[in-house]
Design a protein around this ligand. Structure first.
Ligand code: B12
Ligand code: SF4
Length: 478
């Protein structure tokens, strides 16, 4: 059996900005740790992001752990950091220690990732639970994972062409786990649980109740990463995990990471009933993310009764033309109604919107500015539309000469626009971004509302005070 170190890279400093102030557990790595441990491997998880460790610290901890295999997860803007980790691991150990990278970037571009980043030995495409044990066993024995599905790796013994690099083998995809109840609960005992917070709750933790999304938003990686058919855990299985976690770690708030929590009304109703029957509903709170066209007042009321305190929806844009371009599939009236219903029910709301979408005009940006003020969610996360590899928007931007860079470090949606705007310069786009954020947050009624939310519980006050500090630093400083 192998010794496996799973590293959550220290990316937070780079992504921190307004409303990007939550620090959550690396759920993918925690699930893999549980599966590998169940199979008999020795696993350590180093959440360098939450405990604010530098790459140098990570190196020192790895030397102590002496792993046979190192794994990490990477979104597009952290893929170069994953490569740095790999290069460091290759230097640190005299024996070969393979470095495996999973997550959205490698899943979208497995071959290119291996060509571009020599620190990465194996890319995992899509979900890892069904193959992790086989993969690690092969690698720890010094064998290539020739017949393990869902992975890509170099074949040093085969050359692509004379003089060119080694051939890259991309294996057929691994079938996604169908019965999610059979996956063990994430190994939270290996995580620094007290470090996790969200915008309005601390301490908190995250939950994953389902995988996949039926929608087809053109800017989103999820349908390709996890499929368009939704697989759900049973409500009983979800409640069992929440009960266990709240007893063990005294966590009082759970953030569901599921992209579209309310795709099945029946499932949500059963979950709410199970939460109420278990007594958890009065004891813990939770938040979730969903589409505005998949909720209504009665459903949100029931969710509130079962402990829901915050709901997050995509607004995306105030321009119907942009919504159409993005393939959002939700209309402005539905978006407004969803926020109004959430407010009426008494929920805290967070809205996601973006500017600098392909072919967007300056007037479209005005419409988005006006729309977010009209809808007035409690929190707003305004990003630059970012074309992540593997999405239709990426292909569109590439094919129409709208990509300003393929330096993946720049693909941070709150920080840098990477789509060429046809009317505005990059500086003008960034100025518009700042204006909208300031116009939204720097209002007396907003300050009052946030103060009221802060007073709702000590955990909320603590987290919101910190969130406000970071937000103000960002709004006023940059
Ligand atoms: C939670 C989350 C975050 C959290 C991360 C918390 C943490 N500590 O890791 C925060 C808020 C910090 C975050 C930030 C960002 N995120 Co985010 N995030 C998500 C979200 C909603 C859920 C991720 C999750 O936990 N899923 C559940 C677990 C079980 O699945 P998983 O992580 O995919 O892991 C599985 C497989 O990928 C695989 N796997 C993954 N890693 C490994 C490693 C090994 C060794 C193996 C064998 C397998 C394996 O096996 C796992 C189990 O099946 C996803 C949407 C989604 N549905 O995936 C977006 C998503 C991943 N995020 C996205 C984006 C864009 C970002 C940001 C770039 C946004 C920004 N600020 O600019 C940053 C980048 C941060 C970074 N790493 O550099 C995009 C990724 C696009 C891309 N190509 O990069 C996604 C897909 C959302 C989307 N709609 O497109 N994010
Ligand atoms: S943005 Fe949300 S609703 Fe749209 S495809 Fe992605 S996960 Fe699904």
């Amino acid at each position: 059996m192998a010794r496996v170190a799973l590293v959550n890279l220290p990316f937070q400093e780079d992504v921190a900005a307004v409303a990007q102030t939550s620090v959550g557990p690396p759920m993918g790595l925690a699930y893999l740790a549980a599966v590998l441990r169940e199979a008999g491997h020795t696993v350590g998880v180093l959440d360098a992001n939450a405990v604010r460790r530098s790459m140098g610290d990570v190196g020192r901890e790895l030397l102590e752990l002496k792993p046979d295999v190192v794994g990490t997860t990477a979104a597009t803007p952290s893929i170069t950091l994953a490569d740095r980790l790999g290069q460091m691991v290759h230097r640190l150990f005299a024996r070969p220690v393979p470095v495996v990278v999973g997550g959205p970037h490698g899943s979208a571009l497995p071959e290119q990732t291996l060509e571009q980043f020599q620190g990465i030995d194996v890319v995992v495409i899509g979900e890892g639970e069904s193959i992790a044990h086989r993969l690690v066993s092969h690698l720890a024995e010094g064998e290539l994972p020739l017949r393990v599905p869902g992975v890509a790796f170099r074949r040093p013994e085969r050359r692509k062409n004379r003089g060119a690099g080694p051939e890259i083998q991309v294996n057929p995809p691994a079938p996604p786990v169908q019965d999610l109840d059979r996956v063990p609960f994430p190994a939270r005992d290996l995580l620094p649980n007290h470090r996790y917070r969200t915008i309005d709750a601390w301490p908190t933790t995250c939950m994953v109740a389902m995988r996949g999304c039926p929608a087809g938003c053109r800017y989103c990686n999820v349908p390709r990463l996890a499929g368009r058919s939704v697989r759900r855990r049973s409500p009983q299985n979800v409640v069992a995990e929440m009960t266990d976690v709240s007893a063990r770690y005294r966590v009082r708030h759970f953030s569901f990471l599921d992209d579209t929590f309310t795709t099945s009304r029946t499932w949500v109703e059963s979950l709410c009933q199970a939460l109420m029957a278990s007594g958890l509903a009065g004891d813990v709170t939770w938040s979730c993310l969903t589409r505005p066209d998949m909720v209504d007042y009665p459903l949100l009321s029931m969710m509130k009764q079962a402990g829901l305190t915050r709901v997050e929806f995509g607004i995306e844009s105030g321009s119907p033309a942009v919504l159409e371009m993005l393939g959002k599939g939700a209309r402005l009236d539905q978006i407004r109604e969803a926020f109004a219903a959430a407010r009426k029910v008494g929920l805290v709301t967070l809205g996601f919107a973006m500017i600098n979408t392909p072919e967007e005009t300056s007037q479209d940006i005005d419409m988005t500015r006006d729309e977010v003020l009209l809808i007035d969610p409690d929190f707003l996360q305004l990003s630059y539309c970012t074309p992540y590899p593997g999405t239709p928007i990426f292909d569109y931007c590439r094919d129409n000469g709208l990509l300003t860079t393929t330096d993946w470090d720049e693909y941070r949606f709150l920080r840098t626009p990477v789509i060429r705007h046809r009317q505005l310069s990059r500086e003008q786009v960034m100025k518009r971004h700042k204006e909208i954020i300031r116009g939204f947050y720097l209002r007396p009624e907003k300050a009052l509302r946030l103060a009221r939310i802060a007073l709702s519980s000590p955990g909320t006050a603590k987290s919101l005070a910190y969130t406000s500090y970071l937000a103000m630093r960002h709004i006023l400083g940059s």
